[in-house]
Ligand binder design. Structure first.
Ligand code: SF4
Ligand code: SF4
Length: 376
């Protein structure tokens, strides 16, 4: 063997073959995300899921859901998060969450909100909610009022006993040109130990402008038509490069995320890789954070088996129920009922994007024996 050959090594090739929840008990967890419709009382320039006119989900739908979840999912740990639009605008909001928590026996009930209802309203709601996620919308003309609600609620929650533990989380939506304000708000919340994370946004694109030069909706501009509906020409298109934040802003945001720690700093899943080097193949298991998996563009599983429908279920405002937030497969409706899926489905989607979905057990056919089998 020549000297040259003896020093030659194949570069290891690494192939992801399976992902599963880090903690085995999470195999038995079902996460519901319920999209309760577009109706909202704010008008953020980058938001394609709001309007001023949509009707509310009828109360009976929540009754049906509570019954189905209690009946079909009683052996599971059930999480359910309401999203929109603005879920807390529903005229019967507090009745709904009481019903879901008590009749539906949901273990972790959460809600996303823009924080525009009064403090007393949220204090009352936290009797039934385990988690409130407040999106601090910088474009909101009443943003200071929302901060005061957040602070008041935090003070209330920290006064509760350990047995009544509830969680509050703030997402600061980062509008370009507003980094000074973002820092002020984050410093103010962090000084009070209120958990907060920064969320980048993507502007809406005029689809018709793609024929010439892409035109985006500028910050602080309403994407709604005069009749209160969203302009149907607007949408997000992830294939188009957006020059939204300046280089300096991107650099600053990266520094802050590292310095402050982000949602990202803990592990949620175990990824299993097949690593081949010099003709030898071995399996490596690594703890991972789902955001890192997205950064490495590992979030593509088309053709893999996936336990959506067992671990992640999406309820649409018209009552249709889907396996996965990605809506890979319709599994029923609130009227006809639905149950836990008994087998994994085959992923039909190019990119798996939602944080809830990314925690599901999923595997390449070659990786089936490497993962725990969720109990159907
Ligand atoms: S508060 Fe939320 S739902 Fe309402 S317009 Fe803003 S981003 Fe959209
Ligand atoms: S996109 Fe949907 S079906 Fe595909 S892996 Fe993600 S959750 Fe599963």
């Amino acid at each position: 063997m020549s000297d040259r050959e003896s020093h030659h090594h194949d570069l290891p090739s690494r192939r992801l073959i399976a992902v599963q929840p880090l903690m085995p008990q999470d195999d038995q967890r079902t996460r519901f995300l319920w999209y309760t419709g577009k109706r909202c009382n704010l008008d953020c320039s980058y938001c394609d899921h709001h309007d001023r006119v949509s009707s509310y989900v009828p109360f009976e739908q929540f009754e049906k859901a509570a019954q189905i979840i209690r009946r079909e999912f009683r052996d599971r740990t059930v999480e359910l998060v309401l999203t929109g639009g603005e879920p807390a605008l529903h005229p019967r909001f507090n009745e709904i969450i009481r019903l879901l928590k008590e009749e539906g026996q949901i273990n972790y009930l959460g809600c996303m909100t823009n924080g525009m209802r009064p403090l007393d309203f949220f204090i009352d709601a936290m009797k039934w909610l385990d988690l409130l996620i407040v999106s601090y919308q910088i474009e909101n003309p009443q943003r200071e009022k929302v901060l005061q609600v957040i602070e008041g609620l935090h003070a209330h929650l920290t006064s509760l006993s350990e047995a009544n533990r509830r969680w509050l989380h703030v997402q600061i939506m980062v509008v370009p040109g507003e980094l000074e304000h973002v820092k002020q708000v984050a410093d103010r919340l962090r000084a009070q130990q209120i958990p907060c994370t920064l969320r980048r946004i993507r502007p809406l694109l005029h689809k018709s402008s793609l024929k010439s030069a892409p035109r985006f909706v500028p910050a602080y501009t309403s994407p709604l038509l005069a009749d209160g509906h969203l302009d149907p020409d607007l949408g997000h298109n992830e294939d188009i490069e957006v020059p939204y934040y300046s280089e300096l802003e991107l650099k600053t945001l990266k520094e802050w995320e590292t310095e402050w720690g982000s949602v990202g700093n803990f592990y949620q899943v175990e990824s299993i890789y097949e690593v081949t080097q010099n003709g030898k193949t071995e399996l490596i298991r690594e703890k991972q954070n789902i955001n890192d998996a997205i950064m490495r563009r590992e979030n593509t599983y088309k053709g893999w088996y996936c336990w959506a429908g067992n671990q992640s279920i999406y309820i649409f405002d018209d009552g249709r129920v889907f396996a996965g937030t990605c809506q890979a497969k319709q599994i029923g409706t609130l009227d006809s009922g639905f149950t836990l899926e008994k087998a994994p489905l085959i992923c039909p989607i190019q990119w798996c994007r939602c944080g809830t979905d990314l925690k599901i057990t999923r595997f390449h056919p070659d990786g089936e024996s490497m993962v725990r089998r969720p109990r159907p």
